[in-house]
Design a protein around this ligand. Structure first.
Ligand code: AMP
Ligand code: GLY
Length: 430
């Protein structure tokens, strides 16, 4: 098959790496890709082709697809999904994996998701949705100022302010609704009660009727060790996350996915793609903080290094509505991904720093350096974004996978590189 992958991050490198292993893949194109994706090869030796078309440029992506006629297009990031790329490609007879625009609202609008959860009895935080700052502040007061103030729309994975007291909550409401801290996405806000507990990522592959739950994973969203510093896109992840036994995970999955599937059926929402609920395990049970409508990044890097199924077949089954016939198979190995970021990320950072040591790192067994913000220059690789690399290792235990990932990180150098040193440490506390 001829496959087109859309996106340029670590998640898309992991998708390309896994799709390239499938015997069904004859040709793989990535728009726009990155330096690591451009170096991938298929099992038959054919190199992956990167084309410089941005993931948000829907007309140019459609032109590309009408020229290349992929048998399958795989969408990595949220923006093209929210903009309706799936509907557009389908109207031209193209097979494309990802939720359509209506279904992508689970991520594109927090107000939509929150109302859906409340309508269908999905466990979530107490919340209110507001178009007007005074009403938002009043609701914050009813929560004692302990809130998560969330812009309704997409805000590059940021868009959430956590507050501990009323004065901070009121400032947060003003920053988001009046000051435009997250742009137009923040004209409407969802305010949730501040929940406490262990946060995990769930993923379920869906085909419009069936949702197949993955093992649990955990991201590390803050920039600095000990979950200090600013929120980022994710500084590292691991799977499995040992906070739930298998029966507990199945029960949490059921508590969320059964009412979610019933609600989708009742409302005519045809979700074919990846549902990624962010979940807080609180003392009174699991609560969904938000839904995403795509693979997490860096969760994809740890899931796709554990997945034993042929990814082409899985994604085709998700598109075709035939997932009920395809059980997921997972390696018993644990996988740990450590992100190497540019110094200063998620604030301002330098680009164009040469990266060394990729050869030695790439020679290590059961280890993969996924590229995110990288580009080729003069035969070498240099930094071009905030999250630069996702160094991933898989081993029989989390402890061994973690050691192997850090041993690989220590072979790679670029000026200003920033790495959290405590990825997966929570899993070892026992
Ligand atoms: P979100 O974009 O909704 O995932 O929010 C970003 C981060 O803020 C989450 O990963 C959580 O760590 C935190 N967060 C979001 N909502 C809540 C909440 N209701 N209570 C506590 N923390 C939250
Ligand atoms: N792991 C965070 C995200 O993908 O949004």
């Amino acid at each position: 098959m001829n496959i087109l992958v859309i996106g340029s991050g670590g998640r898309e490198h992991a998708l390309v790496w896994k799709l390239a292993q499938s015997a069904h893949t004859r040709r793989l194109i990535c728009a726009p890709g990155n330096a690591g994706i451009a170096r991938e090869r298929l099992a038959n030796g054919t190199p992956v082709t990167c084309v410089p078309v941005a993931a948000e440029d829907l007309p140019a992506l459609l032109d590309l697809a009408r020229r290349e006629l992929p048998d399958l297009t795989v969408v990595g990031p949220d923006n093209p999904l929210a903009a309706g790329i799936v509907d557009r490609f389908q109207s031209h007879g193209l097979v494309i994996w990802g939720p359509n625009q209506q279904a992508a609202q689970f991520e594109a609008s927090k107000a939509f998701s929150q109302a859906f959860m409340e309508r269908h009895g999905i466990p979530t935080a107490r919340s209110g949705t507001f178009d007007e700052p005074d009403a938002a502040k009043q609701f914050a007061r009813s929560l004692g100022g302990r809130c998560a103030v969330k812009a309704d729309g997409l805000a590059l994975g940021k868009g959430v302010l956590l507050t501990d007291d009323q004065a901070t909550a009121e400032r947060a409401v003003d920053d988001v609704m009046v000051g435009g801290a997250f742009g137009a996405a923040g004209r409407r806000v969802v305010i949730q009660e501040l929940l406490e507990g262990m946060e995990i990522s769930l993923h379920a592959l869906c085909d419009g009727k069936v949702a197949r739950l993955f093992p649990a994973s955990q991201d590390h969203k803050r920039a600095l060790d000990g979950d200090a510093g600013l929120n980022t896109g994710g500084m590292g992840a691991y799977s499995p996350a040992p906070f739930l036994t298998e029966p507990e995970l199945a029960a949490v999955g059921d508590a969320i996915l059964r009412p979610w599937l019933r609600g989708c059926a009742a409302e005519g929402i045809d979700f074919r793609g990846l549902l990624y609920p962010g979940v807080m395990l609180t003392s009174t049970g699991p609560r969904v903080l938000e839904f995403n409508a795509r693979f997490g990044d860096p969760e994809a890097q740890v899931y796709l290094t554990r997945l034993e199924n042929d990814l082409v077949k899985l994604l085709m089954a998700s598109c075709a509505g035939t997932l009920a016939d395809v059980p997921l198979r997972w390696s018993p190995c644990a996988s740990v991904c450590v992100v190497m970021a540019s110094g200063g990320y998620p604030g301002t950072y330098a680009k164009g720093r040469p990266i060394t040591g990729l050869g030695a790192a790439g020679a290590l067994p059961d280890t993969k350096v996924f590229h995110a913000g990288t580009c080729e220059r003069g035969g070498g690789v240099e930094t071009s974004g905030g999250r630069v690399l996702g160094v991933t290792a898989w081993r029989p235990t989390i402890e061994a996978a973690r050691e192997a990932a850090y041993a690989c990180v220590d072979k790679i150098c670029f000026e200003g590189a920033h790495v959290r040193r405590d990825i997966a440490a929570k899993a070892l506390l026992g």
